[in-house]
Design a protein around this ligand. Structure first.
Ligand code: ASP
Ligand code: MG
Length: 428
């Protein structure tokens, strides 16, 4: 008997029929003798609809009330799911985030889990019940208010429950089959991975892969939670997100030491580039610029500083940041232009970022050469480069991104024999 945590995304519980199908899956796991804890998201696009409603009554809704409103979405799906399970003759009990002991800090809309005290869940399990928990929400002890964890937060709920209950596995169900070597909508020859390490998954998620949320992967990595990302619409195995040193039983002989050089290619069109032109090339200017940007709340990703022109001893500094942060950052910089002494600001929101991720990069040379060669053969111009121990990222024209991803995918030998079946899936 195992303890299994299952998470169902909004697309898996979009209507009554889907809820019944999910109930059947849950009951099957219970029938097989397992203890089952389920974290569920709000039905379909409920969260977006609630957000939209809020905006109609107030341009800037009060954060406390917004969390009250949004957390109700998951309350609907958890109760319906428990009812559906009852009608199949099984005992199920639903719990809100606070009833489940999901303790967070007080940040409305982006709360962090600080503790999980699943006492009531454990009791319900001991009494033989299936436990259903509302995803995406928690409770703060100081304010005594309901919080939400940020969009996509149900993944984190599931992983945190798995850690707190020492579950054997955390199954994350969505409308796609697992983690792919690239987004199949961009690279048709993408293959489903059987397994990927949590550190690789973190880099993929941070650089554009949308199937799993980065905070959930971080939490899983920190607590050693084994994730199985799979589809609600099939019974085939999905992708194991694991720690090779911890989950030996899932790693085939020989692969324990020899990690894949490249696990996947991630693409991201959500970034913009700002170039600060004519920055005086003296100590302290980069510090000035990035202090201003940080204060504006923007999350800077890549940075490039050019060599200064001898004649002017001025230089250009470019950096990337989420498109949604660009306007605020530009305003903040413009306000300090004379103070910092730069000449001009250029905003470019037509960029794309391509990243190649693989733990085997640590021990193999020539990985970046393959990337640059593949791109040069297609005539794609590289504008910025950054690397980590297990990742190489380049910034290109957004229009070039899809073709670049296909070419690079082929160059690393990642192509499957057939085109991937592309569901209209969102990964949610
Ligand atoms: N319902 C929330 C959202 O749409 C949480 C989730 O789906 O994980 O963001
Ligand atoms: Mg949702």
């Amino acid at each position: 008997m195992a303890l299994i945590v299952q998470k169902y995304g909004g697309s898996s519980v979009a209507d009554a029929e889907s809820i019944k199908r999910v109930a059947k899956r849950i009951v099957d796991a219970r029938r097989a003798g397992h203890e089952v804890v389920v974290a569920v998201s709000a039905m379909g696009d409920t969260t977006d609809e609630l957000l939209d409603l809020a905006q109609q009554v107030a341009p800037i809704p009060a954060p406390r009330e917004l969390d009250m409103l949004l957390s109700s979405g998951e309350r609907i799906s958890m109760a319906l799911l428990a009812m559906a399970i009852h009608s199949m003759g099984f005992e199920a009990r639903s719990f809100t985030g606070s009833q489940a002991g999901m303790i967070t800090d007080a940040t409305h809309g982006a709360a962090r889990i600080v503790d999980v005290t699943p006492i009531r869940l454990r009791e319900a399990l001991d009494e033989g019940a299936i436990v259903i928990v509302a995803g995406f929400q928690g409770f703060n002890r100081d304010t005594r208010d309901i919080t939400t964890l940020g969009r996509g937060g149900s993944d984190t709920t599931a992983v945190a429950l798995a850690a707190a209950l020492s579950a054997d596995v955390c199954e994350i169900y969505s409308d796609v089959d697992g983690i792919f070597t690239a987004d199949p909508r961009v690279v048709p020859k993408a293959r489903k991975l059987s397994r990927v390490s949590s550190e690789e998954m973190l880099e993929l998620a941070a650089n554009g892969a949308k199937v799993l949320y980065i905070r959930a992967v971080e939490y899983a990595r920190r607590h050693g939670v084994l994730i199985h990302a799979r589809s609600t619409f099939s019974s085939s195995e999905g992708t194991w997100v694991l720690d090779r040193s911890r989950h030996h039983e899932l790693v085939p002989e020989g692969e324990e030491m020899e990690e894949p050089i490249v696990a996947g290619v991630a693409t991201d069109l959500s970034q913009a580039k700002i170039t600060v032109i004519g920055v005086p090339d003296v100590p302290g200017k980069a510090a000035d610029i990035f202090k201003i940007v940080a204060k504006s709340g923007a999350n800077v990703d890549m940075i490039v500083q050019n060599v200064s022109a001898a004649a002017t001893s001025r230089t250009d500094i470019s950096f990337t940041l989420p498109k949604t942060d660009a306007t605020t950052a530009l305003k903040a910089l413009a306000a300090e232009q004379s103070e910092v002494g730069f000449e001009n600001l250029v905003h470019d929101d037509q960029i794309g970022k391509l990243s190649v991720v693989g733990a085997g990069m640590r021990t193999h040379s020539g990985v970046s050469a393959t990337l640059f060669e593949a791109l040069s053969l297609t005539g794609v111009n590289i504008e910025m480069i950054s690397t980590s121990e297990i990742r190489i990222s380049v910034v290109l024209r957004g229009d070039d991104l899809a073709e670049a991803a296909r070419v690079v995918h082929t160059a690393y030998g990642l192509d499957g024999d057939t085109d991937a079946t592309v569901h209209a899936g969102t990964g949610r």
